[in-house]
Design a protein around this ligand. Sequence first.
Ligand SMILES: [Zn+2]
Length: 89
Amino acid sequence: MKEKHCQSCGMPMNTEDAVYGANADGSKSEDYCEHCFTNGKFPNEDCTMEQMIEFCIPFVVEANPSMNEAAARECLQEFIPTLKRWRVK
Ligand SMILES: [Zn+2]
């Protein structure tokens, strides 16, 4: 089983309630969520990988109550750099 994640913020995206971003031609992005990708662009284009990690920490803590902030940061520092958006740089 392969879980799908937004390739920018790492948000889990499953097929039913996934909120995929839109390409410039209006089709759905295969890779990014609507928060990260609209109209073929990243609205948060200036965001660095570090900022993305800090931004995601509260969501990871919320989704994983056993995790504290430090553990979430550690986990994201491993995970976020593997995503497509950050690999291409
Ligand atoms: Zn995203």
